[in-house]
Design a protein around this ligand. Structure first.
Ligand code: CP
Length: 307
């Protein structure tokens, strides 16, 4: 039963509960009209303490397409946060006005603290360099639509695997599935954090390699998950400049990939995928962004107990 629950981390729901969300998302894609009044009278609040395009707009579009309404801020200085109000007081106040809330925050754990202060559903829309579980829902739905299932696949992750919360959430989620294998492509300084290596991949016996070149592996990868080197997470601008252009996927590199290697990216991109790759049918990152809206529609319906 997902009604009233919060989603903060990919381990919050069981495989069966995630299955319910994906099945509903596939149904929404087939017949969106059927759901167009499902959330009439309901309000979604979006509390974004960090910039966003896809996550915020897709949540807002999701609620509007379900017939509900939205309130929120994308600039915390326009709210009483700028006067020093705590996360806990802010979310308790929002609970007075809305039925469900989505929060993005630069501090790891902030959405969890918020969810523990209230009894309505709170969704983590990204907390610092930690987790981004609804991006994972977006990624998995996209993979299911491209290859039918996510088991027995080779996943390549490339770029900033240290600070990339989308990578951490996706690895955590996929590690529960049979036959998955990871190829982790990054400079040594941007490898996955220790807890991802030890507490997730090694604990769950997921085979993985950590490498510094993508070309030798492109032919065996089912999904290549590209990521941006995130300037905002670096303490030192020199390190960012040194590492930012290390991996650029272009048409030449795509020639090493198999015809069935799909390219995903949570976006935004800077230059890690050349725009010339966008017309390749294996480039699926804009479809992925669109799928994010459908899976968030399903999540809202489940957490509100409407479906
Ligand atoms: N993928 C993602 O989280 O994008 P935004 O930062 O634009 O929300």
């Amino acid at each position: 039963m997902l009604k009233g629950r919060s989603l903060i981390d990919p381990s919050d729901f069981t495989r069966e509960e995630f299955r319910e969300i994906f099945d509903l998302a596939h149904e929404i894609i087939k017949n969106p009209e059927k759901f167009s009044k499902s959330c009439e009278g309901k309000i979604l609040a979006t509390l974004f303490y960090e910039p966003s395009t896809r996550t915020r707009f897709s949540f807002e579009a999701a609620m509007l397409r379900l017939g509900g309404q939205i309130i929120g801020f994308s600039e915390p200085n326009s709210s009483s946060v700028s006067k020093g109000e705590s996360i806990s007081d802010t979310i308790k106040t929002i609970e007075c006005y809305a039925d469900i809330a989505v929060m993005r925050h630069p501090k790891e754990g902030a959405p969890k603290v918020a969810s523990q202060s209230v009894s309505f559903p709170v969704i983590n829309a990204g907390d610092g360099g930690h987790q981004h579980p609804t991006q994972t829902l977006t990624d998995i739905l996209t993979m299911e639509r491209l290859k039918g299932n996510i088991e027995n696949k080779v996943y390549g992750f490339c770029g900033d695997l240290k600070f990339g919360r989308t990578v951490h959430s996706l690895i955590k989620f996929l590690s529960n599935y049979e036959g998955v294998r990871f190829i982790l492509i990054s400079p040594e300084e941007l490898r996955v954090p220790e807890y991802v290596r030890e507490e997730i991949m090694k604990k769950k016996n997921v085979p993985f390699v950590e490498v510094e070149k993508m070309e030798p592996y492109l032919g065996e990868i089912d999904f290549l998950y590209m990521t941006r080197v995130q300037r905002e997470r670096f303490f030192n601008e020199e390190d960012y400049i040194r590492l930012k252009d290390r991996f650029i996927l272009d048409a030449e590199k795509m020639s090493f990939a198999s015809p069935e290697t799909y390219i995903l990216h949570p976006l935004p991109r800077v230059n890690e995928i050349s725009v010339e790759v966008d017309i390749d049918p294996r480039a699926q990152y804009f479809q992925q962004a669109k799928n994010g809206m459908f899976v968030r529609m399903a999540l809202i319906l489940k957490l509100l107990g409407i479906y």
